[in-house]
Design a protein around this ligand. Structure first.
Ligand code: AMP
Ligand code: MG
Length: 340
């Protein structure tokens, strides 16, 4: 299959939105930008189109997809039993990096929810994405546009590296501002529970839902026989091919530890990089977790290009969006943590 390359510079923008919407309405697949990561979109109402997403990504069939909407009327089409607290979250965080899980109506294909009676919904804060959804007038199922298990794509070139020739189109639209996937919260339990951390933090959600909880799978490895609330949490995920380790400790101890390693690459903070004498990749500022989120997946892709046998990644704090970065890294490292 030849993947159409659609540009979003000023003279091509309207044509790209119209073409992407046409492909999606006709049951095709298109990678689209969002503020979190690039998504691989297809009509959420078309079971055949949804099958193409799972096939292109090599995604396990039991891992449900997030439905992307552009207005509140679409939310009512796809979900029901929406509590008042969720409406307040929508008012505060939408459009934005928050996915909310509700009981589903049956408007979307069963395969989108991987057989569950719930549906995950998000309104992305990205003009191109919103314009495409609006033009197609369809809720779009859109998981991250990467090969399943590999680091998520934060540029169209990352998408191209994984999916060129496997999907109908890629919309080229620069870097994603946030860099990690949305926060996922379920309203199908009482109290509501955060299943995946993202840029909307537990602290922010607590202002609207004081008793919100954080699922234990966020920071720990589920047992093989354990049923996890969010099926995506059980897979080794976001992982480069290089053997990765998450390293916890102060900057001096981290530098001393990695400087003694051979054939290794260190993934470190800007503030400590001078002390690191082996091959290093800087993934942002220790003092600003949002910079780490922004670079995280690009750095994990660079780890594989470094040629090193092992990567030692300095663990961020779990504050704010740092929790989301930590959650992705511990999975990239297959839960191998070194405490200094
Ligand atoms: P991705 O599309 O790659 O961002 O992954 C979507 C995440 O949302 C995965 O971790 C899914 O398991 C989770 N998810 C989507 N729909 C549901 C649902 N109905 N119930 C629980 N988790 C869901
Ligand atoms: Mg994903």
């Amino acid at each position: 299959m030849i993947t159409e390359k659609l540009k979003t510079d000023r003279e091509n923008y309207a044509g790209t939105v119209a073409r992407a919407a046409e492909i999606l309405k006709n049951g095709g697949t298109a990678a689209i930008p969002t503020e979190t990561v690039y998504g691989l979109a297809a009509s959420a109402c078309d079971a055949e189109a949804v099958k193409k997403i799972f096939a292109a990504k090599g995604r396990p069939q039991d891992n449900p997809l997030i439905v992307h909407i552009s207005n509140m009327e679409m939310l009512k089409r796809v979900a029901c039993d929406i509590p008042e607290s969720a409406i307040r979250c929508a008012e505060k965080f939408w459009p934005g990096p928050l996915t909310m899980i509700f009981k589903r109506t049956g408007y979307t294909a069963d395969s989108v929810s991987a057989g569950l009676d719930t549906v995950a919904v998000r309104m992305p804060n990205h003009k191109t994405a919103l314009d495409i959804i609006e033009k197609a007038d369809l809720p779009l199922a859109a998981p991250s546009a990467n090969t399943s298990g590999s680091p998520s794509p934060t540029t169209a070139l990352h998408v191209q590296a994984d999916l060129d020739g496997k999907i109908d189109a890629i919309v080229y639209d620069g870097e994603c501002a946030v860099g990690v996937e949305s926060t996922v919260i379920s309203f199908c339990c009482e109290p509501p529970r955060i299943l995946r951390p993202g840029a909307v933090t537990p602290e922010q959600l607590r202002e609207i839902i004081p008793d919100v909880t954080v699922d234990k799978a966020v920071l720990s490895k589920p047992r093989d026989d354990e049923r996890v609330a969010s099926p995506g949490m059980k897979y080794k995920h976001y992982a480069p091919k290089t053997d990765c380790f998450l390293v916890e400790g102060e900057s001096d101890a981290f530098a001393e530890f990695v400087n003694g390693q051979k054939n290794a690459v260190a993934v470190c903070f800007f503030e400590e990089s001078d002390g690191i004498k082996i091959h290093k990749l800087i993934y942002g500022k220790k003092s600003d977790e949002s910079t780490l989120a922004h670079e995280l997946f690009a750095v994990l892709r660079k780890v594989d290009r470094s040629g090193a046998d092992k990567a030692y990644i300095h663990a961020p704090s779990k504050k704010g969006v740092g929790l989301a970065v930590y959650n992705r890294l511990i999975r990239a490292a297959g839960f191998k943590v070194i405490k200094l």
